[in-house]
Design a protein around this ligand. Structure first.
Ligand code: AMP
Ligand code: ZN
Length: 488
């Protein structure tokens, strides 16, 4: 199995530290606003990665953080904390903001069949672990304190910037991380930020009547809150150990967030932090990154409101390689929905039903053909998760002349990786066929309505609804529909 490792800018053979178990850490969302489908693309990529590892026989320990503190509006360690800022705007507590948008995020990922990581951890629950790492860095002389916080001295680390291939000397002050006259190097970053200038304790701050943050903690350096990057080092080490196999995120994380995670983790432990760094390309709209700040984003709710199945969006994501940029258009989603529906129909009503009777093999050539498809599928997964070719192979199988039951078995097995819910299609399709029982109830109800027996008719309506259908009364006829599956 080969993955493109950002650290070396090439595909590398995957060899986890433990041959049967993989430690996987994914940078999670900052929960200050609704999740959009750009986020969805990155987390579908993570989900496919995890499913591929499991399909290949690995046990995966998957950890994902929730950033509920410390992510500032500027990457230069200045500006407001995004969560606290939103709390002020909405007149809620910072804790409530984080809780509300965390729920929104998991509502979205659930509808996209994204499996939940085994460990989901909030930054605010790991403050002692973060302080411990900062102390270790301090003991090694890698930090310094200025008036607004404790900073990492990037000039002290030999390989600083190895992931992003940064050269400190090439970076002009202000070019990348903004101006802060007290910082020793432009790339230095905050490990701990003070609520009040030059630290101070809770007590002295209260005496002054200063405005306090909602989220703040006492530390050896003064009252404050952690810098954004330190949380991922702390949570990754806590759950997966000092060195892990795979760390994921969007490409925007390479130059700052992941670069700084490496600096502080390797600075503290003296060990390699991550063996394989995997990064997802962005989802764009008209050539620009879909983002909150540009206002060019869509939520999954917008997708559903326009009549699309969330899994059509997942299908669309699978048709592009995770590392490429992908331009989102409604037309592309329309195309994906059509293809996905066609595939579902093929599985449910077409040729591909799993028959009980054993189909006689005409010759052994067919067996080897099935074997060949399986092999090709695995090869595509192993080649840096080549989902576009894997999806194309599905269609090749559909059009092939291998027995229908083999087609079905292959595709349903592969869906363990695609996560498109294809295995249930046969059953779902049966549900779509309205049973004789429900048809009988509809008839009975229509008769009662003709006789103006409204109460009895209503009882039957309830019975029909309990069986998963909706009844719409048109002039003379009742129209029966399946209850919607997605009620955002
Ligand atoms: P954030 O909540 O901004 O910290 O982002 C959470 C994750 O979503 C990060 O890994 C980002 O790289 C990723 N992300 C944000 N916007 C996009 C986008 N337009 N396309 C793909 N991934 C994105
Ligand atoms: Zn992170």
């Amino acid at each position: 199995m080969f993955f493109y490792n950002t650290l070396f800018r090439k595909k590398e053979k995957f060899e986890p530290f433990n041959p049967s178990k993989v430690g996987l850490y994914s940078c999670g969302p900052t929960v200050y606003d609704y999740a959009h489908i750009g986020h969805a693309r990155t987390y579908v990529f993570v989900d496919v990665l995890k499913r591929v590892l499991e399909y290949s026989g690995y046990k995966v320990d998957h950890v994902m953080n929730i950033t509920d503190v410390g992510h500032l509006t500027s990457e230069a360690d200045t500006g407001d904390d995004k969560v606290e800022k939103k709390a002020k705007i909405e007149g809620k507590t910072a804790w409530d903001i984080a809780k509300y948008y965390t729920k929104d995020f998991f509502d979205m990922t659930g509808k996209l069949n994204i499996l939940k990581p085994q460990v989901i951890c909030k930054a605010t629950d790991y403050i002692p672990q973060m302080i411990k790492i900062i102390k270790q860095l301090e003991e090694k002389g890698l930090t310094y304190v200025i008036s607004d916080g404790v900073y990492f001295d990037t000039s002290k680390l030999k390989n600083y910037g190895k992931l992003a291939r940064l050269k400190i000397e090439d970076l002009k002050e202000g070019a990348r991380v903004g101006k802060n006259k007290e910082k020793r190097n432009p790339t230095d970053f905050a490990l701990w930020k003070f609520t009040y200038l030059s630290g101070r304790s809770f007590d002295s701050a209260q005496d002054d009547g200063d405005e306090r943050r909602q989220m703040e903690w006492q530390s050896p350096w003064g009252v404050g809150f952690p810098g954004w990057h330190i949380e991922c080092s702390a949570m990754s080490m806590e759950h997966l150990g000092e060195t892990i196999d795979i760390h994921t995120g969007g490409i925007d994380h390479i130059p700052i967030h992941h670069t700084n995670e490496i600096a502080q983790s390797e600075g503290a432990t003296g060990k390699l932090f991550v063996k394989y760094w995997l990064h997802a390309g962005h989802l764009l709209v008209e050539g620009k990154k879909m983002s909150k700040s540009l206002g060019n984003y869509y939520r999954l709710k917008d997708v559903v409101d326009k009549g699309y199945d969330p899994l059509s969006l997942r299908y669309l994501f699978l048709t592009a390689h995770y590392r490429t940029e992908m331009n989102f258009t409604w037309k592309a989603l329309e195309g994906a929905q059509k293809a996905f529906s066609k595939l579902k129909v093929q599985l449910a009503t077409g040729n591909l039903q799993l028959t009980n009777k054993k189909e006689k093999r005409v010759d052994s050539k067919l067996d080897s053909q099935v074997e060949e498809y399986s092999k090709r599928f695995r090869n595509y997964l192993n080649d840096d998760l080549d989902m576009p070719r894997a999806i194309a192979l599905v269609w090749e199988v559909v059009k092939s002349d291998i027995p229908d039951s083999d087609k079905y078995k292959l595709i349903v097995d592969w869906d363990r990786v695609f996560g498109l819910g294809l295995a249930g299609q046969e059953i779902r399709n049966k549900e779509l066929v309205i049973s004789q029982e429900v048809k009988g109830l509809v008839k009975e109800r229509e008769k009662l309505r003709e006789e103006k027996k409204w109460e009895e008719a209503d009882k039957i309506r309830k019975e029909i609804e309990e069986k998963g259908y909706l009844v719409e009364d048109k002039q003379e006829k009742s129209i029966i529909k399946k209850k919607p599956r997605y009620d955002l």
